[in-house]
Design a protein around this ligand. Structure first.
Ligand code: ATP
Ligand code: MG
Length: 359
């Protein structure tokens, strides 16, 4: 069994990508520029990545035969989303190396494990407690105080799987609203701004960070990322140092998104995403090598690029009907994902607007 891949993979190698959404699509486009091919594994037909990938397997994550066949036909495996079942990963890992590694994935799949891991590194996280029952929730409210946010431990994205508790009366309904699943109660952070660092680490331990972006969410979904973030150089350095600490601790290979809250008393780590990240899309037009190429480089064992930015950038997500708004789509830096149906809240594309670089 050939497990790849400490030597750099040669041109023409096949990268297996689990997940065929827009992130998989943009990974496949970047891989193609490097002369690589992508084989996408995705349950849904005609997914955004399948339209540009060399090969697609359309099968469910419970189809172990399809997973084995997929793994045997690729040189290394990566992923564009976190919620991949363990049984699927077991089947693939027996055949091929998965980058980033499974520990990174497992840590980010479970918000409670993630918080404990980040805290164990000496990083600041919001006060938190695991909550599955009403007495545990009452205890969490007593310890953390209100307001707080209850988040499902698993499967949350775009602010889904979250309930905000503002007053004591909210306690009664919170567990049923969240769906009576294992959750984490988290103190509400009065942040000044939200930042994210997109960082990459090679298998030799080289780390490159892009400049932190400043993120604005609307209705729980990322709306814009602005670079440079409106923070001091010291905060930028601290944000990058936090990312380095996390990537080294996980012996990470690939690109990671690290989400941070900037507060009056310093940076708080919100969560990590062991993959390319929506808040890193600005790099496509403002950097010589973007987050997607950087991720592919790490996964195939090639040297990382520098991560410098040649312009300032504002990335604006095109959500739902935004994609039909020519005031948004009529400029350079447009990226569309090939999704046939426009739905409210669906990420259809994004646009990167550049301006002259300021420090
Ligand atoms: N403890 C908190 N205090 C204040 N605001 C919070 C807190 N946790 C989350 N938020 C807000 O809710 C947003 C979504 O939360 P979070 O990133 O944890 O969930 P998510 O569903 O994984 O989101 P995404 O997929 O956009 O990363 C955050 O970007 C932030 O604006
Ligand atoms: Mg988030």
């Amino acid at each position: 069994m050939a497990k790849a891949a400490s030597a750099p993979l040669p041109t023409g190698s096949v990268i297996g990508v689990l997940g065929g959404g827009q992130l998989g699509r943009m990974l496949a486009l970047a891989a193609a520029r490097l002369g690589m091919r992508c084989h996408v594994f995705e349950p849904e037909a005609n997914c955004p990545a399948s339209q540009v990938a060399d090969h697609t397997t359309t099968a469910g994550y419970d189809d172990l035969a399809a997973l084995l066949e997929f793994a045997r036909n690729v040189d290394v495996v990566t992923f564009e989303f976190e919620n991949i079942p363990d049984s699927a990963l077991d089947a693939i890992a027996a055949e091929r190396e998965i980058r980033p590694n499974r520990r990174s994935l497992a840590t980010s799949q479970d918000r409670l494990a993630e918080k404990a891991f980040l805290a164990s590194l000496g990083l600041t996280v919001a006060p938190y407690a695991g909550v599955s029952t009403m007495p545990e929730l009452q205890q969490a409210v007593a310890t953390i105080g209100l307001p707080l946010i209850l988040k499902t431990r698993r499967f949350g994205y775009d602010g889904k799987g979250q309930v905000r508790l503002k007053v004591r009366q909210d306690i009664d309904s919170a567990l049923s609203l969240i769906g009576a699943v294992p959750s984490v109660a988290e103190g509400f952070v009065e942040f000044e701004r939200e930042l994210s660092v997109i960082a990459a680490r090679s298998h030799q331990g080289q780390i490159v960070c892009f400049d932190p972006g400043e993120n604005v969410h609307v209705d729980g979904i990322l709306d814009t990322t602005t670079v440079p973030a409106n923070v001091t150089d010291a905060v930028i350095d601290e944000a990058k140092a936090i990312a380095r600490t996390i990537l080294d601790a996980l012996d990470y290979v690939g690109v990671m998104g690290v989400e941070l809250f900037a507060t009056a008393t310093g940076l708080i780590v919100n969560e990590i995403a062991p993959r390319v990240h929506n808040s890193g899309h600005w790099t496509q037009n403002a950097c010589a090598v973007d987050q997607f190429e950087q991720h592919i480089r790490a996964v195939i064992g090639w040297p990382l690029a520098g991560g410098e930015r040649h312009s300032n950038a504002v990335m604006k997500n095109l959500i739902g009907d935004d994609v039909n708004d020519t005031a948004l789509t009529g400029t350079a830096g447009l990226h569309l994902y090939g999704k046939a149906e426009v739905k409210p809240g669906r990420k259809m594309g994004h646009v990167n607007r550049l301006s002259k670089k300021t420090p």
